[in-house]
Design a protein around this ligand. Structure first.
Ligand code: LLP
Length: 433
């Protein structure tokens, strides 16, 4: 959960810093990211999976999925802790390099990599392109040839495993657009093609089945499918160095529900992998968590500007909206919401809405909260992943400021976008001037 959040004398604190004071000092809406919490989340992965290194003598690498939150302070922090990067665009690769991530800890995902992105990855000498199609494999080989280089490739397989999560964030089913199908032999065909190519180096097998998984069994199934495929490869005389099982571990958005931890995940994956010890040489193990590293570290503070009662509901209108945090609007995602000052009085059922002109701009419905007044600050929890990274300028709203907290201080890590920023890339043609 959110270890960095405490309630002291009825006031919400983040890493010991008073939330209302942060809102007053930096303005709202405001993203607060806890350095303490990110560190803790990362260290749990390292600690939970060190047994794999001990048992196999191979490497374990965490490649943070930048799409979850690619703020430079966040990526630098993780890089300094020794974390690698999973990037899905030239932009994310640029940020990973800027953050000092060593090239052998960078993997490149995505089903539509462009030639420019492939060039950039080859120049960086990344650990692997996770190849999503035969077409992409051919382009990587051609590009590497033109550059006089050899590109490292891993193959993203589609294992046809049901992750039992929200349909919009499941990826490893046959009907999804991702990966190379195993059953029909396409994945094997692609790898055999690669072995005949001069400018690619086959290093691994990759898989990612979905996000916000709250059940361990799909991970076990995924690991089996991947390792069965590695066994098949060995029968064909093909040895690989890396197995990458993607990301997907969920976080407890609902505080009353227990969900698996990094330790449960490690237990399941490692035990399954070790079942194959007599059949194949154990590979290095890579994971690409995004959400489970940063979600619980983020809080979005919004100020209440209006309260309105309709015949059917009481609405709390705050200045943090769907452009700042899209998850409730597009996935009907639940995020806990709490007033930052706990007032005396009976709890009341309210809806908390942002200020955009869309009915879906509602952050929380039917929440039982302590009394809220105009001018109060409310906190939306667990927004560190897929919050700022999916924020946009809809309704001509600048994206919010961000601060990083630790036990020592508070640091501004992203400036609020101004009105001028909103039109900075627009161009008015001469006849309209
Ligand atoms: N690796 C690959 C290939 C991925 O596609 C993803 C996420 C990850 C790793 C990281 O997954 P995580 O550990 O964060 O679950 N915007 C959605 C989530 C989309 C996830 C896309 N892929 C949301 O807000 O729930």
């Amino acid at each position: 959960g959110n270890d960095m959040i405490t309630i002291e004398n009825g006031r919400l604190k983040i890493d010991g810093h008073d939330a209302v004071e942060l809102a007053e000092k930096f303005g709202t809406p405001l993203y607060v990211m806890s350095e303490t919490q990110i560190k803790r989340n990362y260290e749990k992965y390292v600690d939970a999976f060190k047994i794999y290194e001990k048992e196999t003598g191979k490497e374990f690498i965490v490649a943070y999925a930048y799409k979850a939150n690619a703020n430079l302070a966040v990526t630098k922090l993780l890089s300094k802790l020794g974390c690698g990067a999973d990037v899905v665009s030239g932009g994310e690769l640029y940020i990973a390099k800027l953050s000092g991530v060593p090239s052998n800890k960078i993997v490149f995902n995505g089903n539509c990599k462009t030639k420019e992105e492939i060039i950039m990855g080859i120049e960086t000498n990344i650990r692997a392109f996770n190849v999503d199609s035969i077409s992409e494999l051919i382009l990587i080989n051609e590009t590497a040839k033109e550059m006089g280089e050899v590109a490292n490739v891993a193959f993203r397989i589609n294992p046809n495993v049901d992750p039992k999560t929200h349909p919009k964030i499941s990826t490893g089913l046959k009907k999804n657009k991702f990966g190379l199908d195993v059953e029909s032999g396409i994945a094997m065909k692609a790898i055999k093609m690669a072995l005949e190519m001069e400018n690619v180096n086959v290093v691994g097998v990759h898989c990612h089945i979905g996000s916000q998984l709250t059940d361990i069994s799909p991970f076990v199934e995924e690991t089996r499918k991947v390792m069965d495929f590695v066994v098949e490869l060995k029968k064909e005389g093909i040895e690989i160095e890396d197995v990458n099982l993607g990301g997907g571990l969920g976080v407890p958005y609902y505080k009353d529900k227990e969900i698996p931890t990094q330790y449960d995940l490690a237990d399941a994956i490692i035990n399954t992998m070790l079942e194959y010890q007599d059949k194949v040489e154990m590979p290095n193990l890579i994971l690409e968590p995004g959400r489970s590293l940063v979600a619980t570290a983020g809080v979005l503070l919004g100020k209440v500007h209006h309260i309105k009662e309709t015949p059917v509901a009481k609405w709390i209108m705050i200045d943090a909206g769907m452009n700042d945090m899209m998850r409730p609007a597009i996935y009907e995602a639940y995020h806990e919401i709490t007033p930052c000052v706990i007032r005396d009085g009976e709890k009341e059922k309210v809806n908390i809405a942002g200020g955009l002109c869309e009915s879906s701009d509602v952050m929380g419905k039917d929440r039982e909260l302590t009394p809220i007044e105009v001018g109060d600050v409310v906190a939306i929890l667990d927004v560190g992943a897929y919050g700022i990274s999916m924020a946009n300028n809809y309704n001509a709203r600048g994206r919010p400021r961000m601060v990083l907290t630790n036990e020592k201080g508070v640091y501004l890590i992203r400036e609020r976008e101004t009105y001028a920023d909103l039109i900075a890339k627009d161009i008015v043609p001469p006849h309209l001037l």
